[in-house]
Design a protein around this ligand. Structure first.
Ligand code: URA
Length: 287
């Protein structure tokens, strides 16, 4: 029964990206060993202490049992960029031009702006979030609201700038009420993310929250359980290490030392791997 209080609680937790209680754990790929080397013991996110006003604000009640908008595949193919155009895009700019008018799922008609993604087209570190929120929908840029401010700080804490990385989402159009994208919506958009990854060729992908981990990597276990454990995704024949961590919006809501430390550890591990990959290629590292 969808209106059972436990169901509502579960929906809320899943919206926060914190649990997968009802999902069967999927077989995890072989873990990729973390690069050797000492780790600074302390949390250094450069964030305000736990008096963060955003964290203290009560979380507004969500319509917990409302099902996502039913997915209807458009019969008019004009709204769907042909897969050949996606495959033929030789640059991120080409790809953005090819897909920015997309109406392949019900999220398309509801958007204000298409949020393609942004950053260094040759970034070695790529972040993948869930989907645009209100601020992103207004500006057409990923992670520019409160969660984005925190993501910028998280990136700064590992010695990088936002523009050194590439930031994208599973879905490029805002889901109504910021709900989790339906699997069909994610699937309709996933080819664009795959092509972005193929063009960027990052050394490491950091997934933010449960949705990109599930939709991009195929790992449906709860994010609290699997964060910090290396996964991998194969895109166009190339295997890319994936570090799952908490979504910054979750960090803002659970602004505890433990959660911040966990994110710091995850990003540090990702950065160490990026540096190791760069060293292996004889490239200069970025600190
Ligand atoms: N949350 C996301 O997952 N992506 C954004 O771009 C903004 C907020």
């Amino acid at each position: 029964m969808t209106d059972h209080p436990l169901q509502a609680w579960r929906d809320t937790l899943e919206d926060l990206g914190v649990m997968g209680l009802v999902r069967e754990p999927m077989a995890a790929p072989e873990p990729i060993p973390a690069p050797p080397g000492p780790r600074p013991a302390d949390l250094r996110l450069g964030l305000r202490p736990a008096s963060n006003p955003v964290a203290q604000r009560p979380v507004p009640p969500r319509p917990s049992s409302a099902p996502p908008t039913a997915y209807v595949r458009p019969t008019d193919p004009i709204g769907c960029p042909p897969p050949e155009a996606v495959a033929a895009a030789a640059t991120l700019a080409d790809l953005e031009r090819a897909v920015q008018g997309c109406l392949a799922c019900p999220l398309g008609p509801g958007r204000l702006k298409f949020v393609f993604g942004e950053g260094d087209p040759e970034a070695r570190l790529m972040f993948v979030g869930e989907g645009p929120g209100r601020d992103e929908d207004l500006q057409g840029r990923p992670f520019v609201g409160k969660a984005g401010e925190l993501l910028d700080k998280m990136i700064g804490a590992i010695g990088l700038k936002r523009e050194d990385t590439y930031i994208a989402n599973v879905v490029k159009c805002r889901p109504p009420d910021n709900r989790t994208p339906a699997p069909e919506e994610a699937r309709a958009c996933l080819g664009y993310l795959h092509r972005q990854i193929e063009l960027i060729q990052p050394a490491v992908i950091v997934t933010l929250g449960a949705t990109p981990l599930r939709e991009l990597v195929g790992v449906g276990e709860g994010i609290t359980k699997v964060r910090g454990q290396w996964k991998r995704v194969r895109i166009a024949g190339r295997e890319i290490p994936v570090m799952p961590t908490f979504h910054p919006a979750y960090v803002l809501r659970q602004y505890t030392q433990d959660v911040r430390r966990a994110v710091w550890e995850d990003l540090k591990a990702a950065k160490e791997w990026v540096d190791k990959a760069a060293e292996d290629q004889g490239l200069k590292t970025e600190d």
